[in-house]
Design a protein around this ligand. Structure first.
Ligand SMILES: *Cc1c(COP(=O)(O)O)cnc(C)c1O
Length: 377
């Protein structure tokens, strides 16, 4: 058996090699490295796929979040509500811009922002909320949007982990995650569901004015070359990365289905282990399984991870420490501040390999080793 990886990018590449290589070769032949034709072509394809008016490509997902905050005209000291159970990028950019990240708890089943008890965090300075669609499943956007409307907040979706997922509203209409709030942000980091072969990211919006502002900010604050209206940054998607993404976008739905197949197979074989809670699938969103994340309820998560490692099976803990307990974020919280659900999840979650290249033999091996651990523990 070949070495097991969290994500099998090599196996995926083998199947699209000719097309990807041709796309890259075309960029080199045209020496169109910056803003070459593939960038605009991918942008159009992605707008069509997402059914959104504007996609603005940029250099990475963290930049996308930062540019979103800048485009909304937030001022020093403004507060932004963000879940504490997420990757650091979501909250980091808030702090970097002199805004205040207000970290809140998540739902224990879906791992996504808990809206029920949020009123107490709203102040006169609260200006935005950032739902993160963690592990590949949409946050409860019906509730997020209602809450935001009530308090007049901007909604920035962090869709780095759920590209391709659909959210269904109570009235039966569906939208792609990332196109529901004022601005959506995503990342094309190689291991993301739509990943390129380096760094990349994008913003999405249906608002023409915001789109123009985002474009300007990502391009040094200029609309006309050498005339700078606002302070911006330099954040572009490489043409070569756009060429890769153009090919991979065509396969995205198939990739999501393959991830679901692996997840279904894990579910079926792990659901009867007492100490394990398999991922809960929300009724209002499909799941694109960026991660397949178990909750290990008997306090032996770390032992399981060590055991699997010994057997050559990688696993990951996303995330081991709540944002509100990170050293870098102590300036934003009172001593002893704690979010109980996030706190528990950080001790329980374990993500198993899930990707687009289903291999029954490998997955059976992973499952049998998880079972054998719990037979002994
Ligand atoms: C990956 C990720 C980001 C950042 O993306 P980069 O392209 O690495 O900057 C932001 N938020 C979440 C939730 C992510 O998973």
């Amino acid at each position: 058996m070949k070495p097991i990886q969290m994500v099998d990018l090599k196996g995926q590449y083998e199947k699209i090699k000719d097309e990807v290589n041709q796309g890259i070769q075309d960029c080199i032949d045209a020496t169109a490295f910056i803003n070459g034709p593939a960038v605009m072509e991918f942008q159009r394809d992605f707008e069509n796929y997402l059914q959104v008016k504007h996609v603005i490509p940029c250099a990475n997902g963290t930049d996308a979040l930062q540019i979103a905050m800048m485009a909304l005209g937030l001022k020093l000291g403004d507060e932004v509500i963000v879940p504490a159970f997420t990757y650091v990028a979501t909250a980091e950019v808030i702090g970097l811009l002199g805004l205040k990240p207000v970290m809140v708890d998540v739902d224990a089943d879906t791992f996504n922002i808990e809206i029920e008890n949020l009123e107490k965090y709203v102040t006169a300075n609260t200006k935005a909320i950032v739902p993160v669609h963690l592990y590949g499943q949409s946050a409860d956007m019906e509730k997020v949007m209602k809450f935001a409307e009530k308090h007049n907040l901007f909604v920035i979706e962090d869709n780095a982990q759920a590209i391709g997922a659909d959210y269904t509203f109570a009235d039966g209409t569906s939208k792609k995650t990332g196109t529901i709030g004022h601005i959506g942000c995503t990342s094309f980091f190689p291991s993301k569901n739509l990943g390129c072969y380096g760094d990349g990211g994008a913003l999405m919006t249906n608002d023409d004015e915001l789109a123009a502002k985002i474009r300007m900010i990502a391009n040094h604050g200029q609309e006309k070359k050498y005339y700078h209206k606002v302070l911006g940054c330099n954040s572009r998607l490489d043409t070569i990365q756009a060429a890769v993404l153009k090919v991979k976008l065509k396969h995205l739905d198939k990739y999501s289905a393959a991830r679901n197949k692996m997840a279904d197979y894990y579910d079926e074989h792990l659901k009867d282990i007492d100490a394990i809670e398999i991922p809960v699938r929300a009724s209002d969103s499909n799941h694109v399984f960026h991660q397949y994340t178990l909750k290990i309820k008997n306090g032996k998560r770390d032992d399981l991870q060590a055991y699997l490692k010994e057997k050559g099976i990688p696993s990951m803990i996303y995330y081991p420490l709540p944002l509100c307990r990170q050293e870098a974020f102590q300036q934003y919280v009172e001593d002893g501040f704690s979010l109980p659900v996030t706190e528990d999840l950080c001790k329980e979650v374990l993500s198993l390999p899930v990707h687009t290249e289903f291999d029954q033999e490998v997955q059976d091996y992973i499952i049998s080793e998880v079972k054998s651990f719990f037979n002994k523990n």
